[in-house]
Design a protein around this ligand. Structure first.
Ligand code: CP
Length: 304
């Protein structure tokens, strides 16, 4: 059984194949009839043990565009609340003849754990502060679409790196494709191991923006913090928030990305988020084609 558990398990050829396949599906979903019959014989369960708007809807739409049968599960309204274990929950769902599981879970490594205990193809839709592989794939795909290629581009990831699965998956994906990566944020929100990944730290936002071609702005994930890592939101915004005045004062136009959800006025102002410089909604749109590609390629390895 094949899985997508993290970018760290992929190589450059895997990413190239996913992007070529996504190019095809992007063309398909822009046709008047947006569906293909490829996965008529496949059933996919979307298991969300943590909140989501974009990822959940994007996976569901991708699966439906491929004509798969889809069932959706949300922990909040399930028997998990009655004490059922993850493996029991998933095996009960799989006994209904499910071929693939897309799972978001608050615990890092939940996808890897599940892949060792159940007989289905597992797609990680975000596991705690560990990885969010399809987000990183759609992010690189969107850079490739806007700037032609990822190789050689300078990308700064700004904000709460410590609690971010988006940051870690992006670092793996960007480095595999030959981009240069820096992170920028308060020291308290930068993990100690970051330089071991070949990533430089820049604590001055202006310097980071002057260096980069692309800035990927992240949200401060207060929900993952037991203590406050930074004195105040106001101070964070002053030092690490992007606004139009700051961007206009640079001697070049950089591309602005954000995985969502945005906290407007904290890490990014509306005049930047809603500008042509930002590709935030392109990222969301590309997510459907990229997830179709991932699911299609994994399904091609399922015996049927
Ligand atoms: N980018 C992202 O994962 O958003 P959701 O949490 O809304 O899925």
């Amino acid at each position: 059984v094949n899985h997508l558990l993290g970018i760290k398990y992929l190589n450059k050829k895997d990413i190239d194949l996913i992007f070529e396949t996504a190019d095809h599906f992007k063309e398909v979903i822009n046709r008047p009839i947006k569906k293909v019959p490829s996965l008529r014989d496949i059933t996919i369960a979307n298991l969300f043990f943590e909140n989501s708007t974009r990822t959940r809807l994007s996976f569901e739409l991708a699966e439906k565009r491929l004509s798969a049968d889809v069932i959706n599960f949300s922990a909040a309204s399930s028997s998990v609340k009655k004490g059922e274990t993850l493996i029991d929950t998933v095996n009960n769902i799989l006994s209904m003849k499910v071929d693939m599981v897309v799972m978001r879970h608050p615990n890092p490594g939940a996808g890897v754990f599940l892949s060792k205990h159940v007989d289905a193809s597992i797609v990680n839709a975000g596991d705690g502060a560990h990885e969010h592989p399809t987000q990183a794939l759609l992010d690189s795909y969107s850079i490739r679409e806007r700037l032609g290629e990822v190789a050689g581009k300078k990308v700064v990831i700004v904000g709460d790196i410590l609690h971010s699965r988006v940051a870690l998956s992006n670092i793996f994906a960007l480095k595999l494709q030959g981009a240069e990566v820096k992170v920028c944020g308060p020291k308290t929100l930068i993990p100690k191991y970051i330089e071991k990944l070949g990533v430089e730290v820049e604590t001055n936002l202006r310097k980071a923006l002057e260096w980069c071609d692309i800035a990927n702005m992240l949200r401060v994930q207060n929900e993952r913090m037991e203590i406050s890592y930074f004195p105040s939101t106001r101070e964070y915004t002053q030092q690490f928030g992007v606004n139009k005045k700051l961007l206009d004062s640079l001697n070049k136009e950089i591309v602005i990305m954000h995985p969502g959800p945005i906290n407007r006025g904290v890490e990014i102002t509306s005049d930047v988020a809603d500008s042509d410089q930002a590709i935030i909604l392109d990222q969301v749109q590309n997510g459907v084609a990229v997830r179709m590609a991932v699911i299609y390629l994994l399904a091609s390895k399922i015996k049927r």
